[in-house]
Design a protein around this ligand. Structure first.
Ligand SMILES: Cc1ncc(COP(=O)(O)O)c(C=O)c1O
Length: 390
């Protein structure tokens, strides 16, 4: 993992294909079908009785989707994985599998805004209470856990990039008999494998680094087969947010280069974060690698971080001046992106993430893509200069 040029640990990403597949193709086919027919009555009966496992309908099992699920399970060190049509379908189906009306869950502060809104709307409607805690404060987490049904983690967190000691939080959850779930989209399994740190279930917005090319919206959850089976059988069939074969195929293609891309994002983003930290117009840079050390288990950093300007910057001029950094939500693709904090803070859609956790109006979130460090740095420096009030 430390050698920047050896990706042997991830060799299975390259070799993963549909074994026994037609024509010995290195790229698996897209099994673009809604249903699968039975050869005769006996096969159909055996399948319905659960005596035979085979695809029936693509909302359940599809061979192309299964290849993606197997790849991700191997990467995360999981027994099983389940693909979804979006990260939010993954989050909602996973959490809803394990809560009942009257339950309470714990979530870290600064959790991804739509996860927060899901907790504050649908869970609230189901009479499920949510206690938000600062994941850096293990005493506060320990105090919130007794009696909770599950703890929902995200590390590093959205916007402020707080990195938590995931292993310590998972151990606390286990001690209190609380199921732990983590959103690992930011680090990807290349830089953090939460199941090896004791977390029960790991999930991703596969729309981010797993896909890596901003051409797919998808999600996936991985963990022990018994827990994945509960999601597979209790919520996925009825909420119906299954990953499509074509999107799975795009993810299989994207994941072949995941380790290479992650290391390129890491190097470029860290260099830009360091230069921003030294820039006279910048107050603070929120990037986990700028702290003294990364928490145990986080072995690298991705391309997403934020920073806060000193007063005296015109964010509108700054954003409009950028050439390579495009204004846009999401991240994890090849392209560099920017989201200004004043726009997020002004968002009206209730419940407000900014009101709940605070978003500094002088902050900016960057996704550092693969355009090249010097091109991106020149872009930022020119835009800061144009936007600085003289
Ligand atoms: C950290 C994080 N988790 C989950 C999601 C939701 O994923 P999706 O957009 O694929 O539903 C996002 C999307 O931006 C995200 O940033």
């Amino acid at each position: 993992m430390n050698d920047k040029h050896d990706f042997s640990e991830f060799a299975s990403l390259i070799t993963a294909h549909d074994e026994g597949n037609a024509f010995d193709a290195v790229v698996p086919p897209i099994v673009q079908t809604s249903l699968f027919t039975f050869s005769d009555y006996d096969e159909m009966v055996a399948t319905y009785r659960g005596e035979k496992q085979r695809p029936v309908y693509s909302r359940g099992l599809n061979p192309t989707v299964r290849i993606f699920e197997d790849m991700l399970a191997r990467l995360e060190g999981a027994e099983d994985a389940l693909g979804f049509g979006s990260g939010m379908a993954t989050i909602s189906s996973t959490v809803l599998t394990f809560v009942q009306p009257g339950d309470r869950i714990v979530a870290v502060r600064h959790v991804y805004p739509d996860a927060f809104r899901f907790f504050e709307t649908i869970l609230k409607r189901m009479r499920v209470e949510v206690t938000y805690v600062d994941g850096r404060d293990e005493d506060a987490v320990a105090a919130a856990l007794p009696g909770a049904k599950l703890i929902y983690l995200e590390s590093p967190t959205s916007w402020v990039m707080h990195a938590h000691d995931v292993g310590a939080l998972a151990a606390l959850a286990r001690h209190h008999g609380v199921l732990s779930i983590i959103d690992n989209s930011w680090a990807s399994p290349v830089f953090q494998r939460p199941l090896t740190l004791g977390v029960d279930l790991v999930l991703h917005s596969a729309s981010k680094y797993l896909g890596g090319h901003s051409d797919v919206v998808a999600g996936v959850v991985a963990g022990p087969k018994a827990l994945i089976d509960r999601i597979r059988n209790e919520t996925l069939p009825y909420l119906g947010g299954k990953l499509s074969p074509f999107d799975a195929w795009l993810l299989i293609r994207g994941m072949r280069t995941l380790p290479v891309r992650m290391k390129a994002h890491e190097a470029s983003a860290l260099e830009i974060a360091r230069r921003l930290q030294a820039h006279e117009q910048v107050e603070t840079v929120c990037h986990p690698a700028l702290a003294n050390s990364l928490p145990p288990g986080l072995v690298g950093t991705s391309g997403l971080f934020s920073f806060i300007f000193k007063p005296g910057i015109d964010l509108k001029i700054f954003c409009n001046q950028l050439r390579y950094f495009k204004m846009g939500v999401s991240w994890g693709g090849h392209e560099s992106l920017i989201v200004p904090g004043d726009v997020v803070a002004a968002q009206k859609a209730p419940p407000s993430f900014a009101e709940a956790f605070g978003v500094d109006p002088l902050s900016v979130r960057l996704h550092v893509g693969l355009e090249g460090t010097e091109a991106l740095w020149s872009d930022l420096v020119a835009a800061i200069s144009a936007a600085t009030e003289s």
